[in-house]
Design a protein around this ligand. Structure first.
Ligand code: OSB
Ligand code: MG
Length: 390
């Protein structure tokens, strides 16, 4: 099969409340939305990059260049026999995994819609609902933190993750643990500490945490292995695991007890499933992380989390936790048992809210396959009616 056209959009969809980590603040989703068409069907994907290179090296601007100049033309020029071919096609493009993942997700969705199979079924999912939690950003003060956590618990979330940083770690964690002794609680440092903080981090052992996520450098595995020997709480790697090889290295070095799998971080669902399988073999639990995605990316995370070794709740919250209005016709809703339903419609199962998508699109490009070459039409928002063709 040949993809006939690729539509790319830079979007800006504001969050209900800004999201603050140990090192940066997000006020809106700045993803790139990918739409592919073939055989009268379409597929959608989200590359959940942000405005700056704070989580990883990618930004909306770098992913846009990669997508327009390399990834879309490569996809249009090659015959595909299935979604697995995308990983092979992009294997010799270094890095830029979120940009690649946006295309890979769209192709999985496309094949699912053509074959009438849900993404969960295609991936080997075994659940109809997935357990989820909520990730709570750094708050201005402890009172606000308690209010925010209480709000999420009232909404039905049974697992909470606190973002921590120096000066906002032991005290918030202690307070939340004291207030809710039975809550499933974990923390995420987004790479702010060093090995010199080991004895400080060991104080977190007192709070019965499920895990401590990515305490050390974004590209480190070795020091995490050293740290894990000095603390009892399982370390969970996020940023450091960008491929199945990195997962294998972390397992072999005993750098962590748990892996957070974000399919976008590792270049797509093919790599995500390999990490899932490798961790299952090693007896290491995994869970599905999030990148504050719109419903388009959320559907992919939910489908992935339906695989059997996803044994801890995911950072896959309901649409209303992020957006006043999500980009999909049916927003994701939290069930009273702190789960989200796995969609069992063809492909990712979502229907895009095109009217809203148009409103939040900042730039749009359509690349078409025309025999052996592709052409592009560019539409810049704010210059209505102007179309440039190359
Ligand atoms: O480190 O897990 C992270 C959001 C953006 C970037 C990195 C992270 C996060 C989250 C939020 O923790 C997860 C979500 O609700 O999507
Ligand atoms: Mg994280």
């Amino acid at each position: 099969m040949h993809i006939q056209s690729v539509e790319l959009r830079k979007i800006e969809l504001p969050f209900i409340t800004p999201f603050e980590t140990s090192g940066w603040r997000e006020v809106a989703n700045h993803a790139i939305i990918v739409r592919v068409q073939a055989e009268g069907y379409e597929g959608w994907g989200e590359a959940p990059v942000s405005s700056g290179p704070w989580y990883n090296e990618e930004t909306q601007a770098t992913a846009w260049v990669m997508a327009c100049e390399h990834l879309a033309p490569m996809l249009l020029a090659h015959e595909l026999t299935g979604p697995e071919d995308v990983a092979t096609l992009y294997a010799h493009v270094r890095g830029n995994r979120m940009a690649k993942a946006g295309f890979e997700f769209a192709v999985w969705d496309l094949f699912g819609r053509i074959q009438g199979q849900s993404l969960s079924t295609m991936l080997g999912g075994t659940r109809q609902r997935v357990e989820v939690g909520v990730s709570v950003g750094v708050q201005p003060d402890l009172d606000t933190l308690l209010q925010v956590v209480d709000g999420y618990i009232q909404a039905g979330y049974q697992r909470v993750k606190l973002k921590i940083k120096p000066g906002w770690d032991l005290e918030p964690t202690r307070l939340v643990r004291e207030t809710w002794p039975d809550l499933r609680l974990q923390v995420d440092a987004n790479s702010i500490y060093t090995l010199a903080d080991a004895s400080h981090l060991a104080h977190l052992d007192a709070y019965d945490l499920l895990l401590i996520e990515q305490p050390l450098a974004h590209d480190d595995i070795v020091d995490h292995a050293k740290l894990q020997r000095q603390i009892n709480t399982p370390i969970c790697l996020d940023e450091s695991i960008v491929s199945p090889e990195h997962a294998r290295w972390a397992v072999e070095l005993r750098a962590c007890g748990v892996i957070n799998i974000k399919p976008s971080r590792v270049g797509g669902l093919h790599a995500a499933r390999q990490i899932h399988d490798l961790a299952a073999t090693a007896g290491m639990p995994v869970w599905c992380g999030g990148m504050l995605e719109t419903g388009i990316g959320r559907a992919v995370n939910v489908a992935l989390a339906s695989l059997p070794n996803f044994s801890l709740p995911g950072d896959i919250s309901a649409s209303e936790r992020y957006f006043a209005r999500d980009l999909v016709q049916t927003p994701f809703r939290l069930n009273p048992d702190s789960t989200l339903a796995v969609l069992d419609r063809p492909g990712s199962g979502i229907e895009v809210d095109i009217a809203l998508l148009e409103q939040v699109t900042r730039e749009k490009v359509i690349l078409k396959r025309e025999k052996e070459q592709s052409s592009r039409d560019i539409h810049h928002r704010g210059t209505e009616g102007i179309e440039r063709g190359h």
